[in-house]
Design a protein around this ligand. Structure first.
Ligand code: FDA
Length: 290
């Protein structure tokens, strides 16, 4: 796919490029517009300890470059990229290496949430590392029926949490099948993070969505409760609804754009195609034109 110029252009809409330098250049551009970033070195489900260690090493180097260039960006990584399929010990050692490097430059490290095969292991590892690493941040998915319970546990921990809708194909016993239900659950969970007891525990929420109604709900909910703009942020993916950036900044909201890069872009790119059929149609039309 990437060899066809038309396909490459379309992939580049969502993925900064294959090299670290591509991501750093995109981040510098977004920072210049007043936006802060998260950055993902793409990769998942590695099958050898050496690959897992290489991924951790890439994040350590990335943190060094971010610091050296004084960029406003923090890593957002997947535990299966750090070896979760190879056992918790391998993954935890790699995660702690990245967390320690992050802590040295006062950087948060977001731990993405993957499919339900990993939900328990991811949240357990987060809960175990968080006491030693206050810079660890995690993710919950509003499409999962279990998330309401997980959120209570995270509030207890005073966690830094990203709330997203969820991007994996899951069975209806585990995930709400209907978009309306997912959106309603997202709104409920957002309100829960903004509740007085959660805020008293210093819970910080990353409102990760491009859904204008939910972003407005976060903005209005925070205002109504007197929650300062430093106490939460809106998060969006690179290449999606960038037309909203200026308006959100004008509303006084802190906005973080997640910039993905790397050679292993296929899984990420396919999730972006799958969540919006119009993307697939556009992509195929582009591909077969000429
Ligand atoms: P929704 O799908 O309702 O879209 C709202 C609007 O956004 C659409 O009408 C459209 O305009 C635009 N839009 C959304 N997706 C688009 C696309 N692919 N192409 C073009 N336009 C699009 N998921 C997960 O399971 N684990 C994780 O760790 C993360 N991490 C994460 C970080 C950040 C910063 C974001 C923003 C999202 C994630 N996600 C994620 C992905 C998330 O679960 C979800 O799949 C996408 O954000 C799309 O859902 P929306 O909330 O945007 O709503």
């Amino acid at each position: 796919m990437a060899r066809l110029p038309a396909a490459r252009r379309f992939i580049r809409r969502f993925v900064a490029g294959e090299r670290t330098e591509d991501a750093l250049r995109v981040i510098a551009g977004l920072n210049a517009q007043g936006l802060v970033c998260a950055v993902t070195y793409l990769g998942e489900n590695v099958t050898t300890p050496a690959d897992a260690a290489r991924a951790a090493g890439a994040y350590v180097d990335l943190l060094g470059e971010i610091e050296r260039r004084r960029l406003a960006a923090v890593p957002s990584l997947k535990l299966t990229h750090l070896g979760l399929d190879l056992g918790e010990a391998v993954c935890r050692a790699n995660l702690e290496t990245v967390l320690a490097r992050g802590r040295a430059s006062s950087s948060l490290v977001w731990i993405d949430m993957e499919s339900t095969a990993y939900t328990d292991r991811t949240l357990d590892l987060y809960a175990r590392t968080r006491p030693s690493f206050a810079n660890a941040a995690c993710v919950v998915q509003a499409y999962l029926r279990r998330t309401q319970t997980d959120v209570e546990r995270l509030i207890e921990l005073g966690a830094t949490v990203r709330l997203c809708k969820g991007a994996y194909r899951e069975p209806r016993e585990l995930a709400f099948p209907d978009k309306g239900q997912v959106d309603a659950n997202y709104a409920r969970l957002l309100d829960r993070f903004f509740a007085d007891d959660a805020q008293a525990r210093s819970v910080y929420v990353g409102v990760a969505t491009h859904d204008e109604r939910l972003i407005a709900r976060a903005r209005d909910g925070a205002r109504a409760r007197g929650i300062a703009r430093e106490r939460f942020e809106i998060q969006m993916l690179y290449g999606i609804r960038s037309d909203l950036h200026r308006r959100l900044a004008a509303d006084g909201l802190r906005l973080r754009v997640l910039v993905p890069y790397g050679e292993d872009w296929y899984g990420y790119f396919m999730r972006r195609l799958a969540e919006r059929p119009a993307n697939l149609v556009f992509f195929l039309r582009h591909l077969f034109r000429r």
